[in-house]
Write a protein that binds this ligand. Structure first.
Ligand SMILES: [Zn+2]
Length: 272
């Protein structure tokens, strides 16, 4: 599932390639991805200019001129791809937006994901966005704030980092990478973490998310045929999906085990 760096990369592409353009036509092949009948959705979206593109947690928010916003969540498999004028549209998108400039913006595999249309003024109140924790890359997300959030928390650290109500936008890949960078085992109890480890965790989380965002994350699906950015962080992964391969720091083989139902990747020597 895409996390902050991957969704930020999508946001960047959408902003540079679609901002200011007008949605000329909507084609819906999977009505269940929407939160209203296709006809109502098409009526509200057709003819609208794309005003801005934002991200909240793992969701993309596309602001339209008529004070409505498209809120898209890709969940496990979904992705968006833009086809330039004259390029062949490959595959069957769940939802397709045809732009007045000739491009096609295709959202694929929204089997678990969605595109919901909501009034922009109500964004904060919708269930998709309400209750999310703070953004770890926000300026206001200080070390003090992180300490406050950890205080009183129990259980293992890895599932907590992935808890969207605790911190928004981190999933399996970046919780694993952050914990390796911090030299903390995924199963460690939050209450057992020393202050020095909490400080390291805070800085590692922000450094890794920042670097991964700058390098285009680890998404496999390119945004467009000329996209050279997406997936650029994959070669920097230290533990995620590296089971059985040597640790870059100590040479011991990376191991994996289920932690709270998800695959934890870790080095049993480097991480304590
Ligand atoms: Zn190691």
């Amino acid at each position: 599932m895409p996390e902050i760096p991957e969704i930020e990369t999508v946001r960047y592409h959408l902003e540079t390639k679609t901002k200011g353009k007008i949605i000329e036509r909507v084609t819906v092949n999977r009505e269940r991805s929407l939160n209203m009948p296709v006809r109502d959705f098409a009526d509200l979206v057709t003819g609208q200019q794309i005003m801005n593109i934002r991200r909240r947690a793992k969701q993309i928010i596309i602001g339209l001129a008529n004070e409505h916003s498209l809120v898209a969540h890709f969940m496990l498999e979904g992705y968006v791809r833009m086809f330039y004028y004259g390029e062949e549209l490959i595959g069957r998108p769940s939802v397709l937006f045809s732009l007045n400039s000739g491009e096609e913006l295709a959202f694929f595999k929204l089997n678990l994901g969605y595109i919901h249309l909501v009034p922009t003024t109500r964004l904060d109140a919708i269930p998709e966005l309400a209750g999310l924790g703070p953004e770890p890359l926000d300026e206001g997300f200080t070390l003090d704030k992180f300490f406050e959030l950890l205080a009183g928390r129990k259980g293992m650290i890895k599932p907590l980092l992935m808890d969207q109500e605790f911190i928004a936008g981190i999933g399996n890949v970046y919780s694993n990478e952050t914990l390796f960078g911090s030299r903390i085992m995924p199963v460690r109890k939050v209450t057992q973490l020393a202050d020095a480890e909490r400080i390291k965790l805070y800085h590692c989380m922000r450094d890794i998310l920042t670097k991964a965002t700058q390098l285009g994350g680890v998404y496999e699906e390119k945004f467009a045929s000329d996209d050279m950015l997406t997936g650029g962080f994959e070669q920097y992964l230290q533990v995620a999906y590296r089971t059985g391969q040597p640790c870059y720091v100590c040479g011991h083989l990376i191991e994996t085990r289920k932690v709270a139902g998800r695959n934890a990747f870790y080095c049993p020597v480097c991480q304590k």
